[in-house]
Write a protein of this length. Structure first.
Length: 500
């Protein structure tokens, strides 16, 4: 029997002894009058008034002795020492306490005092088991190097932490803070949009057709209807239907799903906030994004100059707005507008840029990804994309080969995508039918023709600005995290048997 199994066996024996003593190791409820943080905030009052408190929590340290013992228990607000004396809680209760292990949940009733070492503690008068932990918690060791805390046991392994997030949260308090920040960011986004007259809505996750982005879907089957359905890749086409139906400002905090590879910025299940505003264009949405993200930075980070990786990101408004083709010329050294298709293909071959589909828009996009994205550290709106890769965006009046679209980059991360939405149903049909042709040529990410959406557009859609912001990546930015798995509670992982 290995060491872990021996420990589990020993804990199960203690569980058996608790049952023999007539103790309930898993009661249905616990009484609590105060959280631990409240005790530290009101210590003098509790001591002066000799207040009796009920506290609950998980045992995080344990020193068992003959007639008196110490432990620390922890709830979500903090940790406090408990002093347990046999003569105060009774011999039978003390025997029950002796069956405790690290990780067990307990209830303690008692009063606050300071020990001889001046540590704030609770003197237990009553003790109750709440839950017996059968499996021992990992012991996380740490050391200080150059003023930094270094974890160096098995649970410092990143892959294991992602797979067992519950332990990661328990053993690494800084991880819990990331997810508290995530919750705060989403709340602030909602409050920002609500204050501007937006209405939060919900649209289907299971869709008969997928669209609104260039991506492959996940496919499922509806047994009763005997039809294929898709997990949505974006909310766009349904939210536009709401604009057509008379809503003028809508948004959705949404889970989207794309059947694509995984890397430090991609997870197949991810969270976006999508919004649509009638009578606005992409310039208006740029202003909105600046206001939203600078406000979040000020609230979350207490400054608009935030650290990310080795950089200091300055979110002071206004942010730079640069055309895509100008950025390619600056960083890749090629003038797209004055280059032939043959020259562009030769450039891609020279730089080993693989092209699944050889149309101008795809070529431009791949060159941009290779040469430009990583250089966009300070906030940058990359504007005016090729029409071929933007089938739902409105053409620029002065150059119909480009569309009024932007993507926002900060810290080398692409955080969002926006269009002045195409509202001409004739043009939209032509664009989607061209996408269907691209699919036939091998572009698996091209949009499908959605006849129901096209019919809706024929009833009339006002000029509209639309935006999708990647919440996961925004949280990465504001928590200085460098892998999307660090900001998703339960990221998708490869099966352990397939690990390299």
């Amino acid at each position: 029997m290995d060491n872990e199994n021996q420990l589990i066996h020993a804990r199960k024996e203690k569980l058996g002894r608790l049952l023999e003593m007539g103790a309930n190791p898993f009661p249905t409820k616990a009484e609590r009058t105060h959280k631990i943080r409240e005790i530290f905030d009101n210590t003098e009052s509790f001591i002066d008034n000799k207040t009796t408190l009920d506290v609950v929590g998980r045992i995080r340290s344990l020193r068992k002795m003959g007639k008196a013992s110490f432990c620390h228990i922890e709830d979500e607000t903090g940790k406090i020492q408990i002093y347990i004396k046999r003569d105060d809680i009774g011999q039978e209760k003390y025997k029950i306490f002796k069956q405790c292990d690290l990780g067990d949940f307990v209830h303690v009733k008692g009063f606050v005092f300071y020990t001889q070492t001046n540590e704030l503690s609770i003197h237990a008068e009553e003790f109750t088991f709440l839950a017996k932990a059968i499996r021992p918690l990992p012991v996380v060791k740490e050391k200080i190097e150059d003023g930094k805390k270094i974890l160096y046991d098995q649970f410092a392994d990143k892959e294991l932490r992602y797979r067992k997030r519950y332990l990661d949260l328990l053993l690494n308090p800084e991880v819990k803070e990331i997810f508290k920040t995530r919750s705060k960011i989403i709340k602030m986004m909602r409050e920002f949009l609500d204050a501007r007259g937006y209405i939060e809505v919900e649209t289907p996750i299971l869709q008969p057709l997928y669209g609104g982005a260039a991506a492959q879907p996940f496919v499922t089957q509806h047994n009763k209807l005997d039809m294929e359905l898709y997990l949505r890749i974006a909310d766009e086409l349904y939210l536009k239907r709401l604009i057509i139906g008379g809503f003028e400002k809508v948004y959705e905090v949404c889970k989207d799903f794309r059947n694509e590879g995984m890397d430090r910025t991609h997870n197949p299940e991810f969270t976006q906030i999508e919004l649509y505003e009638a009578y606005a264009d992409y310039n208006d949405i740029m202003d909105l994004v600046e206001d939203m993200l600078t406000g979040i930075a000020q609230e979350v980070c207490d400054t608009v100059k935030i650290p990310y990786d080795a950089h200091t990101i300055d979110l002071t408004k206004p942010w730079q707005r640069k055309p895509m083709l100008e950025l390619i010329k600056e960083y890749a050294g090629i003038d797209i507008e004055n280059s032939s298709m043959e020259e562009l293909l030769a450039f891609c071959k020279e730089h080993e840029i693989e092209l699944d589909v050889k149309n101008l828009g795809k070529i431009i996009d791949e060159i941009f990804k290779r040469f430009v994205e990583d250089n966009l550290i300070q906030p940058t709106f990359v504007i005016d994309y090729p029409k071929e890769i933007s089938p739902l965006a409105k053409s620029k009046p002065e150059n119909p080969q480009l569309v009024e679209r932007f993507e926002i980059f900060i810290g080398g991360l692409e955080l969002g995508n926006c269009f002045s939405e195409l509202n001409d149903p004739i043009d939209q049909r032509e664009r989607l039918e061209n996408q269907a042709k691209q699919r036939e040529l091998g572009d698996v990410e091209a949009n499908e023709v959605d006849e129901d959406f096209l019919e809706a557009m024929e009833y009339g859609m006002p000029p509209t600005g639309g935006l999708g912001l990647g919440i996961d990546r925004i949280v990465m930015l504001f928590t200085n995290s460098h892998n999307i798995k660090d900001v998703i509670l339960f990221p998708q992982m490869r099966p352990e048997s397939h690990q390299d």
